[in-house]
Design a protein around this ligand. Structure first.
Ligand code: NAG
Ligand code: NAG
Ligand code: NAG
Ligand code: NAG
Length: 388
């Protein structure tokens, strides 16, 4: 009687335990060792975890692990978690990476992915930055990105750090419903092209409670971005949040529904560029160069013709409750396109002081006719050419 009961109960218990705790795939069990290259161990652990029909967790334990390059591909059969507790480090010389055209860590076609664990993705980019001549050479060799998420859906990336990427830290393309929470990006202010997050062709992306310190844009938004909520993000050093460089081709998709709320910019250069349905609210600027800049004449690296009219229409934009200090005497620039003037722009409750000494604080406006709410300090667009 008792033995029969036990026989019945044990599988039931095992089933309950299994249903509660996801199966764990520790890279140590796949030959991953501290200070060794874990590419193969991580790939093997991923393959098994991804094939599992119940939720699974891949663990990179505490310690420092070298990783040459890896592609983690879905679709997976059940939700999957990548738990990084330690530091995963890239080779310092990207020439040793087997596929120089691919990113360091690529995660593609995964639904219900969680990346967490408090660990660090260390791009080890110091050497690569010295070789990057993209500022001068438009045909420069592309350096590898740190982390690339493509076609990832219903996922969350939190409590991890990416540091010292050789190029953009994180690339997000074709993703939907993905949250970056308590995500840290860390690279020196003078590192080249180390954008924090570059996001394009994606929908419903949230970036909250993040700290982004880097040498280029904290967050850069490319074409086809819809519904991006950036909240409680501290950015700086870096170049702020940018939307662009769009308008190089007619085939680009619209950017719409960008919300930047309750963020802090510290010592950044240019807190914005271009676009539609863009809302910039409750922002603290701390000694920022060009705190607000909508510049349709913007032309990075001379890759566009300055005399060709911008293809971009900036409309439905609110810039509200912006306080703090500007490092440049020009506090705000709204240089809208002559052929496509900015439309439906609301500006209000601005209180910016100039922290320097080179003349009075001013704003620059062209081809814009904003509506104002609340108080503006300094006065805004008193020089505006009328919008057509
Ligand atoms: C978005 O993703 C989260 C995290 O996986 C999930 O809980 C939520 O249900 C998803 N939302 C939608 C609308 O699918
Ligand atoms: C993203 O943020 C918006 C606005 O705060 C919120 O409505 C939405 O539910 C969030 N989505 C996720 C997946 O957390
Ligand atoms: C901004 O976020 C902080 C927490 O980071 C919160 O205390 C504060 O109330 C928020 N402010 C607004 C205007 O939402
Ligand atoms: C910031 O704006 C200024 C003025 O338009 C421009 O010269 C500079 O290149 C911009 N910097 C970045 C990083 O976008």
């Amino acid at each position: 009687m008792a033995s029969k009961f036990t026989l019945l109960l044990l599988p039931l218990l095992a089933y309950i335990v299994n249903a509660q705790a996801p199966a764990t795939f520790d890279i140590g069990n796949f030959g991953g060792k501290p200070d060794g290259n874990i590419a193969e161990a991580l790939s093997c652990a991923w393959k098994e975890a991804c094939a599992a029909t119940t939720p699974s967790t891949i663990v990179v334990p505490k310690g420092t692990f070298m990783l040459d390059q890896v592609k983690l591909l879905g679709p997976c059969k059940a939700p999957i978690e990548l738990q990084v507790q330690g530091t995963i480090k890239a080779p310092s010389d990207y020439n040793t990476m087997s596929d120089k055209n691919a990113e360091w860590i690529t995660i593609n076609y995964v639904d219900h992915l969680t990346v967490q664990g408090g660990g660090v993705f260390d791009g080890n980019g110091h050497e690569a930055w010295t070789q990057n001549d993209c500022g001068k050479n438009p045909k420069c060799a592309k350096l590898p990105l740190n982390l690339s998420f493509n076609f990832v859906t219903n996922s969350i990336i939190r409590d991890v750090t990416t540091k010292d990427s050789k190029y953009f830290h994180v690339n997000v393309i074709g993703c939907k419903n993905v949250t970056f929470q308590r995500f840290t990006v860390s690279a020196p202010g003078d590192s080249i092209n180390t954008d924090g997050l570059h996001i394009a062709k994606s929908e419903y992306i949230n970036i909250t409670d993040c700290v982004i310190k880097t040498g280029d844009d904290c967050i850069s938004i490319g074409d086809g971005m819809k519904e991006l909520h950036i909240e409680k993000v501290t950015c700086g050093p870096g170049h702020g949040i940018s939307v662009g460089s769009l308008g190089k081709g007619e085939t680009e998709e619209d950017v719409t529904g960008i919300y930047v709320k309750n963020c802090t910019f510290i010592g950044t250069q240019n807190a914005t560029l271009k676009i539609t349905d863009l809302h910039y609210e409750d922002i603290i600027m701390d000694n920022v160069e060009n705190p607000i800049i909508i510049d349709q004449e913007y032309c990075p690296w001379n890759q566009c013709k300055l005399d060709s009219p911008s293809l971009i229409q900036v409309s439905q934009m609110t810039v509200k409750n912006i306080k703090g200090t500007t490092k440049t005497p020009v506090a705000m620039t709204f240089a809208c396109s002559k052929t496509k003037p900015c439309q439906n722009v609301e500006i209000g409750d601005i209180d910016l002081a100039y922290s320097g000494t080179e003349g009075p604080i001013t704003t620059k406006c062209a081809n814009i006719n904003p509506t104002f709410v609340g108080k503006q300090n300094p006065p805004i667009c008193t020089d505006a050419a009328p919008a057509a």
